[in-house]
Ligand binder design. Sequence first.
Ligand code: PLP
Length: 418
Amino acid sequence: MPVSLPLGMQTRSEFPIFANNARMGVEGRTQPLVYLDSAVSAQKPRAVINAMSHFLEHDYGSVHRGAYGLSVRASQAYEEVRERVARFLGPSVSASRIIFTRGTTESLNMLASGLSQTIVDAGARIVVPLMEHHANMVPWQQAALRTECELAYIPMVGKAGEALCLDIEKARKLISRNTRVVSLAHVGNVLGQVNPVKEITALAKAVGALVVLDCAQSMTCFDDDPFSWGVDALAFSAHKLYGPSGIGVLALSPALLESLPPFLFGGGMISNVTLEGSEWAGGPARFEAGTPPIVEAVGLGAALTWLEEKGRKAIHAHSARLATRFREGLQSIKGIEVYSPETGEETIVAFRHEALHAHDLATLLDGSNVAMRAGHHCAWPLVRFLGVDALLRASFAAYSDVDDVDIALDAIKRARLG
Ligand code: PLP
């Protein structure tokens, strides 16, 4: 088994993207790639790249469709990843509750669509925080339109840059007897705040509502089992976990697995088809119509192994330390406003300059080979609530290093002088 390298610069040597993307600066100095956009998608370690290309070169076949060796091997590999994901989520989670999807967005659409056919009706309420990513807002808006139910938003409270968080008092009022679903992110994708999931789950459970947890931003850092808190469904994407794009997970409670109607129809999700109608397969197969993301599943399995070797808690502590250093550095730059809260848990820092538009600053940073996202971050309602049209967001990961922080801060200072 390969030795697990310490986080930061040494771990970076496991990621070929960095060696392939250094640039020559104007003064003839090499500019390393400073990748501060891991919250949008993490880079991939060699372990993941190798696992996927090895599978393609030696074992590729379609799954659950052939009696021949390759198909049987591919099916075994695919199902082993389902078991791997279940172990990753916690000892109480069985593989039969793990559905492979294209990503968090598809997982949440699957839920919103299914629940609008079962437990959500006119007279019901769905509760979603205002700060959600569009992936955890628009599907619920559509569900509310279809069913004519109410969609209520949990507002934010506190001062931006210090302690902006979900307004738990308002949540207490909104989560009432007619609430059927509460859907929230574990960690916010714009500000990086860690939401009080246990508290919100307890409020939802007290009125018999289902809790859906968007773990797109939290799976790299937290190793708790959200089902042990009473959460009914959770979603995440492999590409933010150092794995490939094109695959994600929807994990369901046993009751939801039984009751949720299928989302896509076709091959693989049926137990019988006649000219008169069809019957659905049981378990996760009911939700996996069509040829699934087979190679991507192999990559996801390798990513989880890699992640667990590094340790999610260690990655969290490392990334949060770098975020704090970055934030402290920003505070000494005139005209910068920081929007993320300051609890020391955040691995994301959202900020802007009062005079330089976020998009312009991001373009100037790219001139120093610093990759940082600017814009609304797929969270228009939150960005509007903050009273801005765009923010920059620096996000830190296992391969981020103190050098990245210092280079990015220096580039921001120089952008202001230029
Ligand atoms: N939810 C959150 C909190 C996210 O950060 C993202 C992606 O940035 C998503 C959902 C959507 O994930 P995907 O694009 O992988 O479906």
